[in-house]
Design a protein around this ligand. Structure first.
Ligand code: PXP
Length: 249
């Protein structure tokens, strides 16, 4: 069965914190951005607490947990430090991602298949705490199958490669990558996983991903924060919402 219903938009506010930290001041404030995003129609707020705290910091997570009404999707690496933070705050959702200190952004998907025993143990207490746990993975069926096996409720399919190919004008390769994302979404859904997608999405490339019927949520950050410099955050988000709804038909 194909799920229907409105496609959710999760707005990632990490780069509001990047801008704040560039000057070591207290503005722009990520919580203020989250509240504006909420008012503009975001269905959730995503924040990635990195090991090196390069953008979001611990105090931001506390402020978001206390201040927003929509669910918080807490993104992090599967480390002991992060597990303790999750269990303290009990956010609605947790998205586990691979993390390398030297990378500029989350470069690849998590290797769930290669680390399944550890991840199963890692995820169990989070589930018991009531968090919906998501694995940020590629569309590789092995990774999807392993995510279901270790007890994840959700997979977020990495759209970074598709976005890159699209931006480079390599339309055949982008189309092939999209076909794999569609297959992956259908496979994950058939295994009982909720399907999300994200990374590198923009006004120009969002439509095909938004049109994949099994995808229930898109998580979008960097483009929206950049676009907000020109048109304001609320307006930037409303336009993304409109394009998503239009693609969904
Ligand atoms: N989803 C996940 C799991 C991510 O790590 C990121 C980047 O932080 C995003 C979505 C959003 O990607 P972007 O900032 O390129 O829109």
């Amino acid at each position: 069965m194909t799920p229907n219903g409105k496609l959710r938009l999760g707005v990632n506010i990490d780069h509001v914190a990047t801008l704040r930290n560039a000057r070591g001041t207290v503005w722009p404030d990520p919580l203020r951005a989250a509240l504006l995003a909420e008012a503009a129609g975001a269905d959730g707020i995503t924040a990635h607490l990195r090991e090196d705290r390069r953008h979001i910091r611990d105090a931001d997570i506390e402020a978001l947990m206390a201040g927003i009404r929509v669910p918080l999707n807490f993104e992090c690496a599967a480390t002991a430090e992060m597990q303790a933070i999750i269990l303290r705050h009990r956010p609605h959702a947790v998205c586990l991602v691979p993390e390398k200190r030297e990378e500029r952004t989350t470069e690849g998907g998590l290797d769930v298949a290669g680390d399944d025993n550890r991840l199963a143990d890692y995820v169990a207490p989070l589930r018991e705490a009531g968090c919906r746990v998501s694995m940020f993975i590629s569309h590789d069926p092995r990774q999807i199958e392993a995510s279901a096996r270790i007890g994840a409720a959700v997979v977020e399919l990495h759209t970074g490669l598709y976005s890159e190919l699209h931006a480079e004008g390599r339309s055949d390769a982008a189309e092939a990558e999209l076909a794999s994302l569609r297959k992956g979404a259908a496979f994950a859904h058939a295994l009982g996983l909720e399907v999300h997608a994200g990374h590198g999405l923009t006004y120009d490339n969002v439509a095909p991903g938004a049109a994949i019927p099994q995808v229930m949520e898109l998580n979008i950050g960097h483009f929206l924060i950049g676009e907000s410099v020109f048109r304001g955050l609320g307006d930037a988000i409303e336009e993304m919402r409109r394009l998503m709804d239009e693609a969904r038909g």
